[in-house]
Design a protein around this ligand. Structure first.
Ligand code: PLP
Length: 394
């Protein structure tokens, strides 16, 4: 018998993977070219050649026993130093070898941070719509996720809802830009607003409120730089992942970066290191860590995603849909044509279009379109979107 806690969470979760699997079944019946599966965020652009080349070279040259043995829990020192040097040069930061902890992607990093910071009942504020797994990460570690709804005209954080979400129990604020599910890149003005409020609230409550920046989509920003948050707020903890930047989500590699000026730095490093073990991650995969010695700043060709984004955004807005221009990640948030976004997704299936309902991301009345599909698929989906639109005009 599984735990009541997990049973309740399983019963209440909307499983986007189920929609994706349904899309695969439909593809088997109607032909893959006739199904438009925009449900899941699985990278569709080839990893850079440098990734495989680096791995082959490491496998050919490194002593096998050493390469495949346990590294330090926090990662290979030469890799952590390399990451620190890269970040210092690129973003003008003050990281050193001890400031970097190699992780199994962003997911484990976030769970480790929850384990390190949260006591039962502590709160984590995040801007909604948000990546649905945040709730599980926080609640599994006995915390409470408190959403602060963005301004739904701009998809930027809203000062009023943010202030209202903060309390004495807030341990950290979790921010994700470029954002899953909206594709929004938060502006420097939004970030300044968030950090000013946080400074004020830290003083009022008399304890640190950390800002955890979850950045798996940092490299996927179109025609703009994503501001680096350590320049806005001292108590910033950065979580980076190579899952989307290099199209290698199955390889599980990323890191936590924290400057020594962060309050309670040494305790945090000790807590994160212990959490790596206690939660059973032990260490980030050794081969993938070493690969970063060659690929620390590499990226997939994002112009491929950008082309698909442009086709969909123009096509959908020309038809008459309301979408907010997505500047990053590979997601487009679109207003559903009826209040019940789950039902709208069901109706869209009749046109062989699969999308994720906004309710799954605390964005009811909207849907998420994951456009990590070939440009041709996006183009061919538009007549179906047109028919869907016409149904709702009748
Ligand atoms: N955070 C966000 C916003 C995501 O969209 C994802 C994955 O889709 C993750 C974290 C987890 O990514 P990773 O594969 O690095 O664990």
């Amino acid at each position: 018998m599984i735990s009541r806690r997990l049973r309740e969470s399983l019963d209440s979760s909307i499983c986007i993977r189920d929609i994706f699997e349904e899309g695969k079944k439909l593809a088997a019946i109607y032909g893959a070219e006739n199904i438009f599966n925009f449900s899941i965020g699985n990278p569709s652009v080839e990893p850079p050649a440098a990734v495989n080349e680096a791995m082959k070279e490491i496998l050919d040259t490194e002593p096998a026993l050493k390469l495949h043995g346990y590294p330090a829990n926090v990662g290979h020192p030469e890799v952590r130093e390399h990451v620190a040097n890269h970040l210092n040069a690129k973003y003008d930061c003050n990281y050193d070898v001890n400031s970097i902890i190699m992780t199994n992607g962003a997911a484990s990093a976030l769970v480790m941070i929850c384990n390190t910071l949260l006591d039962a009942g502590d709160e984590v504020v995040t801007f909604a719509p948000y990546f649905w797994e945040y709730k599980s990460y926080v609640e599994t570690l006995y915390g409470k996720l408190v959403p602060a709804l963005c301004n739904m005209e701009t998809l930027q954080p809203d000062p009023e809802t943010f202030r209202a979400a903060l309390s004495e129990k807030t341990k950290f604020v979790l921010i994700n830009t470029p954002n899953n599910p909206t594709g929004a890149v938060y502006t420097p003005e939004s970030l300044r607003m968030i950090c000013d409020i946080l400074e004020e609230k830290q003083k009022e409550y008399g304890h640190p409120i950390y800002l955890v920046s979850d950045e798996p989509y940092r490299k996927l920003a179109y025609d703009m730089e994503v501001p680096y948050l350590t320049h806005y707020y001292q108590n910033t903890i950065v979580v980076y992942s190579y899952s989307k930047a290099l199209s290698i989500p199955g390889e599980r590699i990323g890191y936590i970066a924290m400057e020594p000026c962060v309050e309670d730095y040494h305790d945090l490093i000790a807590g994160l290191t212990a959490s790596m073990r206690y939660l059973g991650y032990v260490n980030a995969p050794s081969l993938q860590q070493k690969m970063l010695l060659k690929c620390v700043d590499a990226s997939v060709d994002i112009s491929i995603y950008q082309e698909t984004r442009d086709i969909l955004y123009k096509g959908l807005t020309d038809i008459g849909y309301t979408c907010i221009h997505p500047d990053g990640a590979f997601y487009l948030f679109m207003k559903a044509l009826e209040e019940d976004d789950a039902r709208f997704c069901e109706v869209a299936k009749e046109e062989k279009i699969l999308m994720a309902p906004g309710t799954a991301f605390y964005g009811p009345g909207w849907v998420r379109i994951s456009y990590c599909v070939p440009a041709k698929v996006a183009e061919n989906s538009l007549p179906g979107f047109q028919r869907l639109f016409e149904r709702y005009q009748k």
